[in-house]
Design a protein around this ligand. Structure first.
Ligand SMILES: [Zn+2]
Length: 427
């Protein structure tokens, strides 16, 4: 008996598209860089297909359904040191199998592109060496930005924040923690962090969220240290915005139509009546609030691993700094600076690192669970903008968030979209 052992089934991707018409594979192109080998199949339609890998010997297999070859598929000369051979075979009446014999095991990632006026439909497969450092976002899903985190050190300048018994200032220790957090986050190739306050100066709370929005932050983290009249109060807490606070802020946002239009993904709020406008704003806000809540939970869980928690659940409050409808935001109170033991700890580099690490871990575990940019495989479709389309409408149609849609595309600051423009839809 012939024993066929499938040792490693790395990835099976089913295309969600199917067409009655038979797909033709017109050719394959191979592009090689130091980090990646990219296979591009030019096809007549988006092909219905399945991709998987077999080990020993290493092979990449693409099964196309209802597909035939337009001509013989040839491996370009010196295409890639990774690829030894290309074979094709008919499977059944209508199906096609393409096999690449490889030098070593790889991590394939794929996506499809619809035909445009200038190009045919394509199936793109990126082959990364298993042992090469994977930089998922940068190479294979170039259109998807890294996850951007605005790190906000509370207070600053003339506003020192809380003061510890031995004179430690909140603005100083939270700045040091924020610097460490920024450094840690920036080591992650999928993420990018920046400091909202870059030195010891005063910034208004409104200005802080403005900076975060200007830099397209996906998440805003404000770092503080708590104080209380009793020196016994201790432990960390994590806050998100309360509904009550959000609602009155929504009302304030609405007062400024220009701001609101800027936020609402192309929907001009002043064109609509106030009730509809408030519904739309609420929608975008509850999406960011859900995200805030999820991140807050992850960060709190990680704080719980390194020290005492002041409250075991995520707290809600109406902090002005969190009231940015389109950027999910959390506020962390790292410890009580008014508690002498915690004041000492807050000053220690080692503890500052622990806190920064805990926040980072919380953000990463949130991002891994919820952010598409962290998926190893990303499937994309496209949408051509028709008259009357809005970003939010498109997002709702495809069941993606406004944020995911914006992230997958380069969308101007003013959220302007043009009729005929092709948007990538992350699926
Ligand atoms: Zn504070």
């Amino acid at each position: 008996m012939k024993k066929i052992i499938i040792i490693w089934l790395l990835a099976i991707l089913y295309s969600s598209f199917s067409f009655a018409a038979q797909t033709r594979v017109n050719g394959v192109r191979i592009r090689t860089s130091s980090e990646n080998t990219r296979l591009v199949f030019d096809t007549s339609h988006i092909p219905e297909h399945k991709i998987f890998q077999l080990k020993n010997p290493a092979r990449l297999i693409i099964d196309f359904n209802n597909t035939k070859l337009a001509g013989k598929l040839k491996l370009p000369r010196n295409s890639s040191p990774l690829i030894k051979r290309l074979r094709t075979a008919k499977r059944g009446k209508n199906n096609l199998r393409v096999v690449f014999d490889l030098q070593k095991n790889i991590s394939p990632k794929s996506f499809v592109l619809k035909a445009t006026k200038k190009t045919s439909a394509r199936l793109v497969i990126d082959l990364k060496s298993k042992n090469s450092k994977t930089k998922i976002v940068k190479s294979s899903t170039r259109k998807i930005k890294p996850f951007i985190v605005a790190v906000d050190a509370g207070h600053g300048g003339k506003d020192p924040g809380a003061r510890g018994a031995s004179g430690t200032l909140e603005k100083t220790v939270v700045f040091q923690i924020a610097q460490k957090l920024t450094k840690i986050i920036n080591k992650n190739p999928n993420m990018q962090a920046f400091m909202v306050r870059k030195g010891d100066y005063f910034i208004s709370l409104k200005e802080r969220s403005k900076i975060a929005r200007r830099k397209n932050a996906d998440l805003f983290i404000s770092i503080h240290a708590d104080a209380f009249s009793s020196p016994k109060a201790s432990g960390a807490s994590v806050f998100t915005l309360s509904r009550g606070g959000a609602t009155s802020e929504a009302a304030r946002w609405l007062a400024s139509h220009e701001n609101a239009a800027d936020l609402m993904g192309g929907i001009k709020l002043n064109d609509k009546d106030d009730v509809l406008a408030s519904v739309l704003l609420d929608l975008s806000q509850s999406a960011s609030q859900n995200i805030s809540q999820l991140v807050a939970k992850e960060v709190l869980a990680n704080f719980g691993k390194i020290g005492k928690l002041h409250s075991k659940t995520v707290q809600k409050a109406g902090f002005r700094v969190l009231k940015s409808p389109d950027v999910p935001s959390i506020l962390v109170e790292t410890a009580y600076i008014s508690n002498p033991a915690e004041e000492r700890r807050l000053k220690s580099r080692k503890y500052q690192y622990k806190l920064a690490n805990a926040i980072n871990k919380g953000v990463v575990s949130y991002a891994k669970k919820h952010i598409i940019a962290f998926n190893t495989t990303v499937k994309l479709a496209s949408h051509k903008i028709a008259r009357g389309d809005t970003l939010l409408g498109i997002a709702l149609k495809y069941g993606v968030s406004l944020d995911q849609l914006k992230k997958a595309n380069t969308i101007a600051r003013n959220n302007k979209i043009k009729v005929g423009q092709l948007l990538t839809i992350p699926l």
